[in-house]
Design a protein around this ligand. Sequence first.
Ligand code: DX5
Ligand code: ZN
Length: 214
Amino acid sequence: MTMLVAPSILSADFGRLSEEIRAICEAGCDLVHVDVMDGHFVPNLTIGPVVVNAVAKAATKPLDVHLMVENNTFFVDLFAPLKPKYISFHIEEEKHPHRLIQKIRSYGISPAITLNPHTSPLSIEYLLEDLDMVLLMSVNPGFGGQAFIPSVLEKSQRLKEMILKKNAKTLIEVDGGVNNHNIKALAQSGVDIVVAGNYVFGSDNYKNAIDSLK
Ligand code: DX5
Ligand code: ZN
């Protein structure tokens, strides 16, 4: 299966945001990855629904909203009207993940859970069948352009085994430090979708960068 590519707009030129979104969609990306940070769960602050609405208008590919926030339910309600394909929330910040998964699905949106580098896939063993995607962080969330943490490869393999054992259809996405050097190992460890910020937006040809990951 071809690797799906979701460029993270965190590394885009925000002064020309709609132009940048159109460019990555024309360059053949599969999803547009939107990082929502609240300055509490992570030490950075990004964008809210007003800007994401502008992103949604410019995008011809579905949105993949990655919440890095303390109050997940509040943010799910805030972003659901923008109809992203996925909303993912961090398991480390949620007391009632099963309930929140159902809420996301009730909006007609695919629910996903994100795991920080230290979090075991066993933490979501009994949620796997309810999830359309699991997002594995390969950097500490908060910033683009950080170095890839290689232990995500073993984690992805273990998660893939768990998914196959349960006969679930859950996809695996990896986010952080993805580039042409680690993409093969990611594909071999069962990853279906990669997020790439700096690698795509830092290149002078978005199509070549996306194609090299596929
Ligand atoms: C980090 C974000 C990532 C980030 C990826 O908190 O979740 O999506 O923008 O950027 P790169 O690919 O540059 O590591
Ligand atoms: Zn992200």
